[in-house]
Design a protein around this ligand. Structure first.
Ligand SMILES: [Zn+2]
Ligand SMILES: [Zn+2]
Length: 302
């Protein structure tokens, strides 16, 4: 097929540069963020999980930095994930079984012995990838909400999570008057975590707490290229210099450097999203739909 060659080129680039990035990374816990300029109000970007910022916020982060805005990056959830530990415990890598489209940075062999509670090993390693990505993007501050990724199984759990996110965003809005707030377009995305975050933004806009609010559609890259911009208020065409930096952020999720707690977890979690975001130099910016409906994603109909 016509696409095959191009996709193979892209994978090789991801793997090669991922390895380089891993080799050059400082320990994420040692990184002290640069000082933000005191004058301008920050643009605050909220990444529901470790990886969303690299997939769909990076170009916008760089755009705001280039405009002279301080950029703060919030990691909302801890990113617990039990399926990911099970994948990492396999050898050969399940990404290569019956489908060699996605060789991982470990070369297709890991066979770790991680606990499958979804938390130990997974949360610190995913967060190490996130910190490396944040460093690559040059954000001025990282804020970690450390919320358990728990809006699942009942409406009570869902709204408890919405309320917890809301309280933390509200505190930031108070701390940084005039800030703009950038979320993901949770109503278009697949997970209740993303939807709950958009709900929190929606409620805070209605309460007048947030005024300058945008939503980047970070799961757009699952769709055919021609459909990704449908409904967007603004398509950011990422300049090539910024796209090179966005790709460095993506490579942090396919870097294998266990001594620095980097295990290519992002790539094992969403390999297709990583590849298509890497290929597409665009981001898709939405405003809140006029007929927005809060609640778990299963209730949303377009
Ligand atoms: Zn996510
Ligand atoms: Zn693997």
């Amino acid at each position: 097929m016509g696409m095959e060659h191009g996709e193979r080129m892209s994978r090789r680039q991801v793997l090669a540069a991922g390895a380089l990035t891993g080799a050059g990374l400082a320990g994420s816990t040692l990184w002290a963020p640069a000082k933000a300029s005191a004058a301008a109000a920050p643009a605050i970007f909220y990444s529901p999980h470790q990886d969303d910022e690299a997939l769909g916020l990076a170009g916008s982060i760089l755009e705001h930095k280039a405009a002279g805005r301080p950029v703060y990056l919030v990691l909302v959830s801890k990113g617990e994930n039990d399926g990911l530990a099970k994948k990492m415990n396999q050898d050969p890598c399940p990404l290569t079984i019956g489908d060699s489209r996605h060789p991982c940075a470990a070369g297709g062999h890991h066979g770790l012995s991680w606990p499958t509670d979804g938390t130990s090993m997974i949360v610190p390693a995913r967060t190490a990838e996130f910190m490396a990505s944040a460093k690559a993007l040059g954000v001025d501050k990282v804020i970690n909400f450390k919320l358990s990724d728990s809006p699942y199984n009942s409406d009570d759990n869902y709204y408890r999570f919405v309320d917890a996110v809301k309280a933390k965003i509200k505190a930031l809005a108070k701390q940084y008057p005039g800030a703009s707030h950038k979320f993901t377009a949770g109503w278009l995305e697949e997970t209740d975590t993303h939807k709950a975050l958009a709900d929190a933004a929606y409620f805070l806009m209605n309460e007048g707490v947030l005024t300058d609010v945008r939503f980047n559609y970070v799961y757009a890259y699952d769709k055919p290229k021609a459909q990704r911009a449908n409904g967007a208020s603004y398509v950011l065409n990422i300049p090539s210099a910024h796209m090179a930096i966005k790709r460095k952020a993506i490579y942090c999720y396919n870097a294998w450097a266990p001594d620095r707690n980097l295990y290519a977890l992002g790539y094992h979690s969403v390999p297709d999203k990583m590849e298509s975001a890497h290929e597409d130099p665009r981001e898709f910016v939405f405003t809140i739909p006029s007929r927005y409906t809060p609640g778990p994603i299963k209730h949303w109909t377009t």
